[in-house]
Design a protein around this ligand. Structure first.
Ligand SMILES: O=C([O-])CC(=O)C(=O)O
Ligand SMILES: [Mg+2]
Length: 199
């Protein structure tokens, strides 16, 4: 199955782009937040976009190459690498191809390499580990199936919100409700900041 993801309504990109992943997680009852090991490989990365999912055998990136070629602009590749960290599933060359295709970022339950170069090209990437050891490219793997990343189930089209704190996953059918609730939560925190500053 390689079905295309549905882009988000434009205003939701803007609204989610100004919300911390933490506040989005808060209004999901603090569930749907990838465990801490799934962390940004360069500081300042931020992503919002629909998940294009990849399940791959540990240490093998054959299906990630296919995903880079077939995902839609704006998609976040969410890669279930079985939490294997002794081989990097991708690096800056794949990041450059993904960026050239207009993809929005990588979230990898596995390892990556070339972390500094991914930062230099500004391609948002979260991963469990960084290692210089390269991948194999034999398969197997699957595209656009439910996957697990950082102990959270991600379905194709779920909405990924990633920042310096980590990655939160919004189930697609709850998108509008969760964005509105997270905005209220964020506004409440901004008020608290102002109150504290005035003490
Ligand atoms: O060699 C690979 O398959 C992964 C890699 O380092 C790159 O994409 O730069
Ligand atoms: Mg490389």
């Amino acid at each position: 199955m390689t079905g295309q993801t549905t882009p988000l309504p434009e205003d939701l990109y803007r609204r989610l782009g100004s919300l911390p992943a933490a506040n989005v997680g808060d209004v999901l009852d603090r569930l749907y937040v990838a465990e801490a090991a799934i962390s940004t490989v360069w500081k300042g990365a931020k992503v919002v976009g629909p998940a294009f999912t990849v399940m791959t055998a540990g240490g093998d990136n054959k299906l990630i190459h296919e995903a880079i070629d077939t995902a839609a602009p704006g998609d976040v590749l969410v890669i279930d690498g079985q939490a294997v960290t002794h081989r990097a599933l991708l690096g800056d060359l794949m990041g450059r191809r993904a960026k050239a295709r207009g993809l929005a970022g990588f979230v990898v339950d596995g390892a990556i390499r070339d972390a500094d170069d991914l930062g230099a090209i500004g391609f948002p990437t979260w991963a469990r580990a960084v290692t210089p050891a390269g991948p194999y490219r034999n398969g197997p793997g699957l595209l656009q199936v439910p996957v697990s990343v950082g102990r959270v189930v991600v379905n194709p089209g779920d909405v990924i919100v990633g920042d310096d704190d980590g990655v939160t996953v919004i189930p697609r059918h709850r998108l509008e409700e969760i964005v509105a609730a997270a905005e209220a939560k964020h506004a409440g925190e901004e008020e608290a900041r102002a109150r504290i500053a005035a003490l």
